[in-house]
Design a binder for this molecule. Structure first.
Ligand SMILES: Nc1ncnc2c1ncn2[C@@H]1O[C@H](COP(=O)(O)OP(=O)(O)OP(=O)(O)O)[C@@H](O)[C@H]1O
Length: 253
């Protein structure tokens, strides 16, 4: 049975006086991939970042409305943003490994969140995370090499492994393949498909083909509004809204 992981109600996001997200309400389900699509500047990344309070780091950004993770108010004073971002992890456009070894990239999170008691536990978490991210076989003999020495696609899988290492419930991905070649992209897409059974995944993508390939739900944003949200197959084959139809048929973008 489908379970809702995140509920957003009447969410507005402002940068100073400028409104970037206008009254968005959406339920994001567990155990599947939700794609956010829409023309450049429509607010996809802004809304994505509001789900784990990454907008808190932008000085003049302001979020109103309600966002709940498993019923808990994400913006409550009692919610620790650092703990929240471990529960709702994030993978960015450009792979951004720490300037540390492959091992340390993964070990850092579990250590600071107190998820491991000793070196054996830590080794196990590092291995499991790299296995889940499909990177273990490629790096197991060079765990102490710099993470930045990996290829772009490997670095992105390292960043996914780093997110997984702290046992998140949700993984937010902001155009995770935009800096990758088609082969590395295909590898990440396969990985997203494998991971979806254990996490709720939300992906912002400019590629409608990618949204169609990897997601089960698609949300179409336009000028800060959520125009249409539904099963990916429905949104792509029988869009209910004219604007969605125009966008997916390439009439504007
Ligand atoms: N840090 C910021 N300060 C001020 N305005 C911003 C900031 N980030 C985004 N915006 C504005 O908010 C609006 C939504 O931007 P956002 O990046 O969320 O859109 P997007 O749909 O993800 O775009 P793209 O597909 O080009 O990445 C845009 O008008 C943008 O210029």
């Amino acid at each position: 049975m489908t379970e809702t992981k995140i509920t957003a109600r009447n969410v507005d996001v402002f940068y100073g006086q400028k409104q970037a997200i206008d009254n968005v309400s959406i339920d994001i389900d567990d155990g599947m991939v939700t794609a956010f699509i829409g023309p450049s500047g429509c607010g996809k990344s802004t809304f994505l970042r509001s789900l784990n309070r990454m907008n808190d780091t932008i000085a003049d950004a302001r979020v109103t409305g309600e966002i709940r993770l498993d019923g808990e108010d994400v913006y409550a004073a009692s919610m620790d943003p650092v703990a929240l971002r471990a529960r709702v992890g994030m993978v960015f456009q450009k792979p951004n490994p720490f300037p540390k070894s492959i091992f340390e990239n993964i070990a850092y999170g579990p250590r600071i969140h107190g998820l491991v008691q000793n070196k054996t536990d830590l080794d196990e978490v590092v291995e499991k995370s790299l296995v889940k991210a499909g990177l273990w076989e490629e790096v197991k003999d060079r765990l102490h090499d710099a993470g930045t020495a990996l290829s772009g696609g490997q670095q992105q899988r390292l960043c996914i492994a780093r997110a997984i290492a702290v046992s998140p419930e949700v993984i937010l991905m902001d155009e995770p393949c935009s800096a990758l070649d088609p082969i590395a992209t295909a590898r990440i897409e396969e990985l997203i498909d494998e991971l979806k059974d254990n996490f709720a995944i939300v992906i912002v993508t400019h590629s409608m083909q990618q949204a169609a390939r990897v997601s089960q739900r698609t949300a179409f944003f336009h000028l800060g509004n959520l125009v249409e949200y539904g099963e990916t197959s429905q949104v792509f084959t029988a869009p209910r809204n004219e604007k969605t139809k125009d966008y997916i048929t390439g009439r504007y973008g």
